[in-house]
Write a protein that binds this ligand. Structure first.
Ligand code: ADP
Ligand code: ADP
Ligand code: ZN
Length: 212
């Protein structure tokens, strides 16, 4: 199963990817997570990427494509993978198509007003878990259920940076919706619903693809 989860920042790609990982036992590959790991480790790539991420801009294509090529070629991807946050530009989609063919692109659509709330209320744990201030009872947000770690807010989840990220999504990433629709790979999912309702739709879509 080779799937890409597509959608604007805050649509719920990471949240839904975690459900697929559990059912299909294939890795989630998030370019955002890979880049943040480089930033934390203080590598040259991380230092360069941070300048773009802080502004809400895309990290240069060559860098991201190289990183993804290396990741997809590893052994754990042989049975498939879930891409989360890649491709995000036409040149990335074209480069990907030269490495591997996707079975489906799941497009999670969410109204812009809801996206801003989802992003500014997002809280993260170092273990990869994601929370939201509106979904967790007050007082219980701060500690991770899975590992007990303390939660933090991503620096680029501020209201100011969110606006640039949404703009970048509309100009550079959204054209891929038509690109994948033309290839017959696009599956739209209404993301303006609960996490469970969305994931149930995605499970149905993937079961159908697997049966083909
Ligand atoms: P979101 O939660 O907004 O979908 P991500 O964690 O996927 O955010 O990405 C955070 C930042 O990392 C982006 O704003 C961008 O700077 C960089 N990034 C992530 N994926 C890509 C990509 N495929 N191409 C270029 N830059 C990327
Ligand atoms: P993305 O990876 O697309 O940027 P995330 O999965 O990180 O998005 O979700 C963004 C924020 O919205 C997180 O705080 C997450 O807990 C929350 N969230 C995800 N799905 C939903 C949903 N269906 N309804 C409400 N909040 C959601
Ligand atoms: Zn945790």
């Amino acid at each position: 199963m080779k799937v890409a989860l597509f959608g604007p920042p805050g649509a719920g790609k990471g949240t839904q990817a975690r459900y697929i990982v559990e059912s299909y036992k294939i890795p989630q590959i998030s370019t955002g997570d890979l880049l943040r790991a480089q930033v934390r480790e203080g590598t040259d790539l991380g230092k360069m990427a941070k300048e773009y991420m802080d502004k809400g801009a895309l990290v240069p294509n060559e860098v991201v494509i190289g990183m993804m090529k290396e990741r997809i070629s590893r052994d754990d991807c042989r049975k498939g993978f879930i891409l989360d946050g890649f491709p995000r530009a036409l040149s990335q989609a074209e480069a990907l198509s030269r490495i591997v063919g996707l079975d489906a692109v799941v497009n999670i659509t969410v109204d812009t007003s809801a996206l801003i709330r989802r992003i500014t209320g997002r809280r993260m744990c170092g273990c990869g878990a994601t929370y939201h201030v509106d979904l967790n009872p007050p007082g219980q947000i701060g500690i991770c259920d899975r590992c007990g770690g303390s939660l933090y807010q991503r620096e680029d989840d501020s209201e100011a940076t969110v606006k640039s990220r949404l703009e970048v999504y509309h100009t550079q990433t959204e054209p891929l919706v038509e690109y994948y629709r033309m290839k017959g790979l696009l599956k739209d999912v209404d993301g303006n619903r609960s996490i469970e309702e969305i994931s149930s739709d995605i499970v149905d879509i993937l079961a159908h693809i697997e049966g083909q």
